[in-house]
Design a protein around this ligand. Structure first.
Ligand SMILES: [Zn+2]
Length: 593
């Protein structure tokens, strides 16, 4: 079976008539769009006509540019050194930033209209884009003058973006001094961090100690970068009129404070359950005082079987079919028509992703398949993203981008279907291993994410007053971990430098890039409970729901599934599922002896 994807459905080459033709069409269309906006959006007459014209042009250009960009993006993900792809990508990104001006002008235009509702209701086409238009108007409240907006976006390149690049270079070039087999070595940070998954306890501990020590080399410069970025975020967020960066993040996530409070309250109530799991794992590994940080990822159990690519396909398709034919056929088609690049090879990036190709109504999935169970689960996860794309592509392209907290709904849902099937067929020893690795993940998404949320909140609070020293950052991190992990972890072996290690803190555009993960996991698990309760009626509602994720606030779209995200009880029900797994994990260990 061919394990490389085909991109011919997009373009056959950069030199092809199609690619060059589209490129030219885009350049011309964008130029004319900018001129049109400049000429027409400065006066408020004929709003219905102008909005219609703006949307039509935007739809055409968005479709074109997303197709043009997808091609070099996908190519460079499997050929890191393809210079042509990088060149086109760079060129398109520069072009893309030119959308800022007409978009700011449009926001200003819309914000002056008192009768937007009336205008929207005047045509089916505008009604179709109701959410987009209303959101645009809301965004305009936080817009600064055109001059300020342009200045900010330029200054970011020498501010937060530059700090973020520096941090990227620091952490990716950091070499860790570590002794391997009695010989001193210098290894890249990711290699040493990966040793946390090693079977040998000595290696795990040694890697942790070496890792912590290595951060001394970049702690001061990382702190400077972090202070620079968070300082900039605070300044701009305040200028725009947000109460705090958290409020801004919630606004961008289409989520309200009540929903965030509900999740946080539910998580806080269930933390002790996770502590039980960590302590049990600690005992199993011979620790008396809770689990040390370096053993969080220690593998438990063994004897996991492996899969060929063909077997993985069959297993996924058969189990997806228990959900619906549409899902199963979608997955089967993705394998059959080479939408998946699964073969690991030099120059290809690691990990996995799914890329929805709206313009051609397809998706492409990148994975690095080596036959492990976790690879099979990953494929199911990415196919879930693809399925989300399938449902949403029936909408206008302007209704097709969904907020971060909803991004992992379909993927985790598909993962759960396959994971449960695996557990059903597994021996007790395999079950233990599978359950433990899924608890490891849940612990990261709930407990560790909670610590990151606490850390970032405190960081912003203090950064308002002054820059933070390395010691202060370490202290806040340790305090946050103590609150999150409680007596689950041994407090003498925490990780004071997680703020250097996680890149999420260094994205100027994405603050609090933590709670969306927790929301995603708990929301998806909650949906799965709904599915188990009413399999017959669920499937159609679920498809409609996925289709609507790009044109609703979270609270409204959840209502489509009968879910009230303002209620902590909804999230607690999902956490109860994890509690059940923890109980089962403890059971399996106790019956093992
Ligand atoms: Zn995902």
């Amino acid at each position: 079976m061919n394990m490389r994807w085909s991109l011919n459905e997009l373009y056959t080459s950069f030199d092809s008539e199609e690619y060059q033709g589209d490129l030219q069409k885009f350049d011309e269309g964008l130029g004319s769009f900018i001129q049109w906006a400049d000429k027409n959006l400065k006066s408020p007459d004929n709003p219905q006509e102008k909005i219609t014209e703006y949307l039509n042009r935007l739809i055409e250009l968005s479709t074109l540019v997303s197709k043009l960009m997808a091609y070099p993006r996908l190519i460079s993900s499997v050929e890191a050194n393809n210079e042509l792809a990088l060149k086109y990508l760079d060129k398109l990104q520069v072009q893309y930033s030119k959308f800022t001006q007409p978009s700011v002008q449009f926001q200003k235009f819309i914000s002056t209209l008192d009768n937007l509702d009336e205008i929207i209701n005047s045509s089916p086409f505008l009604r179709e884009h109701e959410f987009y238009l209303n959101e645009t108007k809301k965004k305009a409240q936080y817009l600064l003058s055109e001059k300020e907006e342009v200045l900010i976006s330029k200054m970011k390149n020498t501010g937060s973006n530059a700090w973020s690049n520096l941090q990227g270079v620091l952490s990716s070039t950091l070499l860790v001094d570590i002794e391997i087999d009695g010989k001193p070595k210098q290894l890249p940070l990711p290699v040493v961090r990966n040793m946390a998954f090693d079977k040998d306890p000595n290696i795990r501990q040694k890697a942790y100690e070496a890792e912590l020590k290595s951060y001394d080399k970049i702690a001061k410069s990382s702190a400077a970068a972090l202070n620079g970025i968070k300082g900039e975020v605070l300044t701009i967020s305040e200028m725009r009129g947000f109460k705090s960066p958290l409020e801004e993040t919630l606004f961008k996530s289409r989520m309200d404070e009540e929903t965030l409070d509900a999740i946080i309250r539910a998580i806080e109530e269930y933390l002790p359950i996770f502590h039980k799991y960590y302590r049990k794992k600690g005992e199993l590994l011979g620790h008396r005082n809770g689990l040390p940080f370096y053993d969080i990822f220690a593998p438990i159990g063994n004897a996991i079987k492996s899969y060929t690519y063909e077997e993985a396909r069959k297993f996924i398709v058969v189990n997806f079919r228990t959900f619906s034919d549409r899902l199963a056929d979608f997955a089967d088609n993705a394998f059959e028509n080479r939408w998946i690049d699964a073969e690991p090879r030099d120059g290809k990036r690691g990990g996995a992703f799914c890329f929805n190709l709206y313009p051609i109504k397809e998706s492409r999935i990148l994975a690095n398949f080596n036959g492990s169970l976790s690879n099979v689960i990953t494929l199911a996860h990415e196919l879930g993203h693809g399925y989300h794309g399938l449902c949403i592509q029936e909408e206008s392209i302007l209704n097709s981008s969904y907020p971060m907290p909803l991004a992992e709904t379909a993927s985790i849902f598909c993962e759960t279907i396959v994971m449960n099937a695996v557990l059903n067929e597994a021996s007790p020893e395999e079950q233990l291993s599978i359950l433990e690795s899924s608890l490891q993940d849940a612990g990261q998404v709930i407990v560790d994410i909670y610590s990151r949320f606490l850390f970032e909140k405190e960081l912003f609070e203090r950064r308002k007053e002054h820059s933070l020293s390395v010691n202060e950052l370490k202290e806040i991190m340790i305090e946050s971990q103590k609150k999150a992990y409680g007596n689950g972890l041994d407090e003498n072996y925490l990780h004071p430098y997680m703020w250097i290690n996680k890149p999420h803190y260094y994205y100027g555009e994405r603050n609090f890039y933590n709670f969306p993960y927790a929301f995603g996991l708990l929301f998806s698990k909650g949906l799965y409970v709904e599915y188990l309760n009413d399999k017959k009626n669920f499937v159609k509602r679920y498809d409609d729901f996925l289709r609507a994720t790009g044109k609703n606030n979270i609270v409204d779209v959840a209502k489509l599934m009968g879910i009230d995200v303002h209620s902590p009880d909804f999230f607690k029900d999902s956490l109860k599922l994890i509690e059940k797994d923890i109980d089962k994990f403890i059971d399996l260990i106790e019956n093992r002896k």
